[in-house]
Design a protein around this ligand. Sequence first.
Ligand code: PLP
Length: 366
Amino acid sequence: MDFKELFRPGILATRPYSPGKPISEVKRELGLDSVVKLASNENPEGPLPSVIDAVQNAALELNRYPDAACYELTQAVAHDLGVAPECLLFGNGSNEVIDMFIRALVSPGENVVFAHPSFIVYPLTCGVHFETGRMIPLDGDDRHDLPAMAAAVDEHTKLVIVCNPNNPTGTYNTAAEFETFMAAIPDTVIVLVDEAYYEYVTATDYPQTIPMMDAHPNLVIARTFSKIHSLAGLRVGYAVAHPDLIAELHKTREPFNVNSLSQAAALAVVREKAETKARAQRNREWLDSLSAELKALGLEITPSQTNFILVRCDGNANELTKQLLAKGVIVRPMSAFGLGDGAIRISVGLPEENARCIEALKEILV
Ligand SMILES: Cc1ncc(COP(=O)(O)O)c(C=O)c1O
């Protein structure tokens, strides 16, 4: 029996998600004692003490199912964003939320428009469900080509995904560009803006999308606790959208999709506003100095509004990734993102981790 015959064609054609290598695996495989991971755009600063306390307390009730409605977390986030609680949908990471929208909205024969290169989960999820991704190349400055994306929308388009700032380039589209784009999209097409790196952005002309929801009920905003909030291991993300959209989406949700430890941790970190701001500021300092040092090595980088940097390396990306790995530095080659051998992505680490990366690069390149 060839089990492959049982699966939908889209699944057979899809390659599995390939994550950044875990530290433990690299230590084991290469026999290294110390390894730094700058590969998955995580926050290098660990969870806050208040988060650890909240998780420990929640662990005392692990025999119970979690609150399926994420009530307390929903109230707290709704209050902070100034939206009604009915506008929120939580997921096992924003990944799950994005997946839920694609699954719920798109039928065979319909399509989803998104940029390329952008977050690899979009083509992967579209491929697995319906083979419907329509990828629009970034513009010459590595930013979403929003006019081309609007032009690609046809009568079969259900969803447009805008990753702002974009992973893996770290670039962003301005408020003016985004407003022009929204005006060009029919209100029957859902626009999902993936703002996983929202809190890191310092550009003053970056769009504030939540206030745009009244004028554009077809606008959905996805955010995550995995990045600035240092909770990647617990998997919490959410969508903000019109209550009628959220109500339908709830029907597609697995009943207890956000576990109780994750809910407790996210609620604790929502209360840590000053520390969240401080983390964003520190990221910016470390990003600036890492960018300057990469440039000083003669590397071409794309200016970033996030916690990672795209580094072009001229047909040498896979070899450079291997050489860095041998020195205990994990970075992400961009072949899975469709950039072939042309680029690596380096996440901003702690100052000593960034210094180790620069030292390793000097040994390899100079
Ligand atoms: C653009 C973008 N969206 C979504 C995600 C997924 O985040 P989460 O951990 O919330 O699933 C990532 C993670 O790297 C990302 O880069």
